[in-house]
Design a protein around this ligand. Structure first.
Ligand code: 1CP
Length: 340
């Protein structure tokens, strides 16, 4: 449930007093907000995700990132041309992912202890293309014109940047496992801005690089990829990367996704098992309870009984009613009992 805290009054109360990144950097606060949904929905949530943000990587690489209340991330000095890459600190002598992001590791370890085995703890990173988009745009964007123009105008510099982000992200994921994360997720939130051809050139190789690095060092840690909007790449994600779980958004029918993934694995002669995750349209939480129950049960049935991780196709929205989330969670449990 990405950016989940925003719909909870208990999260907002903490944010009134604390800057966003201050919460990330203070293990006690990060643990507290990670636990809030677990406390509010005991027995209903099957995992917690560490409180942090995908933009801690650009920060670690030397960029300033502010979280503007009500607006989202703002990077006041974006990368505008290839020579700006020299401002990034990841290739300077003495740079260490562990030192820069140690506060995330501390938050993870602290949260693992506080969870005391109730549910597993997920770590995460943003994927290279999505992070590059923020680093070049200076924040969120409707068109990603600046970032995409960079891909097409200076592909070599783009590849250098993507490769460097991927190296930091992969090392950061391994560090999160050492700190106590029990499963990992990679968010390629703006994959859908790319054409299939450009996804294959500018996103997929770096997702592959990250998955290979992590799987080599932590083979038993489940690894999930969420390439939002990139259902055209389902087959490639299943057969050409080492991700265990593919998360899909609500623009693809779960049953169709299952068939495509299984068919791709079969024709590649692969014995790999790929789990699907997703994919209810989060705005269904604004529907009346009966509609929400019906549509959630339909979603579970569409994934089938083959091992499915239920979540929302994107994440929680600030205007969501926490009680509607409870209805969603209860319905997932009853629907999956019925499927079994
Ligand atoms: O729910 C949680 O608290 C878990 C921690 C978490 C995660 C996994 C946060 C906290 N953010 C994220 C991921 C994240 N951050 C993504 C991937 C989302 C996905 O694809 O599902 C993205 C794109 C971001 C960047 C970001 N951070 C945005 C999006 C802005 C845009 O460009 O549209 C925003 C609004 C944030 C702020 C943020 N991150 C997290 C929270 C709780 C918040 C709200 C901050 C606040 O106002 O207090």
């Amino acid at each position: 449930m990405r950016q989940a805290g925003r719909y909870l009054p208990e999260f907002r109360a903490i944010r009134v007093e604390n800057d966003f990144f201050n919460v990330c950097r203070t293990p006690e606060l990060a643990t507290e907000v990670t636990l809030q949904p677990i406390r509010r929905y005991p027995e209903l949530l099957d995992a917690a995700i560490i409180f942090s943000d995908i933009l801690v990587i650009p920060q670690a690489m030397g960029m300033q990132v502010e979280m503007v209340p009500g607006k989202g991330p703002h990077l006041p000095e974006p990368l505008r041309e290839p020579r700006d890459l020299a401002r990034l600190t990841d290739q300077r002598k003495g740079f260490s992912v562990g030192r820069e992001l140690d506060y995330v590791y501390k938050a993870i370890t602290n949260t693992r202890h506080a969870l005391a085995g109730r549910v597993p703890l997920l770590g995460f990173v943003g994927a290279p293309w999505t992070l590059m988009a923020y680093m070049v745009e200076g924040g969120g964007s409707k068109t990603f014109a600046e970032a995409k123009a960079w891909l097409f105008r200076c592909p070599q510099a783009a590849h250098e940047l993507l490769r460097r982000i991927a190296a930091v992200a992969a090392e950061f994921l391994v560090g999160q496992v050492r700190a106590g994360a029990q499963a990992l997720q990679v968010f390629e939130s703006w994959a859908g801005e790319l054409s299939p051809r450009d996804f294959a050139e500018f996103s997929l190789p770096y997702l592959r690089q990250i998955a290979a690095h992590v799987k080599q060092r932590c083979p038993d840690v489940p690894l999930t990829v969420f390439a939002k909007g990139a259902h055209y790449a389902l087959e490639q994600l299943a057969t050409e990367t080492a991700f265990d779980v593919i998360s899909i958004d609500w623009t693809i029918d779960p049953a169709a996704a299952r068939i495509r993934v299984d068919r791709a694995l079969r024709s590649a002669g692969s014995a790999r098992r790929v789990v699907l995750q997703g994919n209810l349209d989060p705005t269904l939480l604004f529907a009346d309870e009966d509609t929400l129950r019906r549509r959630t049960a339909e979603m579970c049935a569409s994934f089938g009984a083959t091992g499915h991780i239920a979540n929302l196709g994107h994440g929680m929205m600030p205007a969501h009613d926490p009680e509607r989330l409870r209805v969603f969670l209860q319905t997932v449990h009853s629907a999956s009992r019925a499927l079994r």
